[in-house]
Design a protein. Structure first.
Length: 298
């Protein structure tokens, strides 16, 4: 396999979980809720997908469990940040810590290990044109969501909640309901991304999952200017950076320089570099991160 085809394969392996989580972040933030908890939602999605697939022998059950696990953690985020108007960043960070501890505990309780489980690899997800089915879902879904957001009543309502929630409420729309549904969808997509990590890529759960990918998805949301297609392209760009680092590492071209650690961190360094030069020019939705209080004066 040539270096170019190897890089393309690596991009298609790395990008889908990132795209799904970033798309979830777009939905939540366009509705006005910052979802820092994407990392934790991907983590619980990856673990519960593995557990369900191992227990039932069904990959479909595994994917469903991963999706529901991410949505369940997102429901807690929505309850705290929408219902009780808690600080959305603090809530998301707390959920990441909960997911870290909970999954580590369950991994040792259920599988008797703190490393990876199960010991035997799970079967691969169904293939379509030589790639896992979720790869094509991840590539197509941002396009469909972009069309939905721009052309349907539901999409326009979602965008209104992140720009002018008080004006939307004056028309009889429930800000809390739309924002809660958006956060639930965000968690479900992040959980599905985590399930793809464990079932579609590694075929088992590793306790390091998702290894910062949820935070990279947040960066893709910003770099993609809070749009589904922008998040898709940003995710592919970050995946390309990861593939380039893997290719350089596997070629051994820089082996004498002992830079394996730097190459491992390269995708995250790329993320930081892009955000440092870009975030000041990126304008989020006007009400992003602002709790809506129906009793407050405008």
């Amino acid at each position: 396999m040539s270096a170019l085809s190897s890089m393309a394969a690596s991009v298609l392996d790395f990008a889908p979980p990132l795209i799904l989580a970033a798309l979830g972040g777009v939905l939540a933030e366009r509705a006005g809720v910052v979802n820092i908890g994407l990392e934790g939602m991907m983590r619980v999605g990856a673990f519960f997908a593995t557990w369900a697939a191992f227990a039932t022998g069904s990959l479909t059950a595994g994917l469903g469990a991963g999706l529901l696990a991410g949505a369940a953690l997102a429901a807690l985020h929505a309850y705290l940040s929408v219902r009780w108007r808690a600080d959305q960043v603090v809530s998301g960070i707390a959920l990441n810590l909960v997911a870290l501890g909970l999954v580590t505990f369950l991994l040792e309780t259920v599988f008797g290990t703190t490393g990876h489980a199960p010991q035997q690899a799970l079967p691969a997800l169904p293939q379509l044109l030589g790639r896992g089915l979720l790869t094509w879902v991840a590539l197509a879904l941002p396009i469909l969501v972009s069309v939905w957001m721009r052309t349907t009543v539901g999409g326009l309502r979602l965008r209104a909640m992140g720009e002018q929630p008080r004006a939307a409420a004056s028309l009889g729309l429930s800000v809390a309901r739309v924002r809660t549904l958006a956060v639930l969808a965000s968690g479900a997509l992040a959980g599905l991304g985590g399930a793809d990590l464990s079932l579609g890529i590694l075929h088992r759960f590793d306790n390091k999952m998702p290894a910062g990918m949820g935070f990279m998805a947040l960066a893709a949301v910003v770099f993609g200017k809070w749009t589904p297609l922008g998040a898709l392209l940003a995710s592919l760009f970050f995946a390309l950076g990861n593939a380039a680092a893997d290719t350089i590492k596997s070629s051994g071209a820089l082996a004498a320089w002992h830079v394996d650690g730097i190459l491992l961190a390269a995708p995250y360094l790329l993320t930081l570099a892009l955000l440092a030069g870009f975030v000041g020019r990126a304008v989020p939705p006007a009400a992003d991160g602002v709790p809506y209080d129906p009793e407050a004066r405008s």
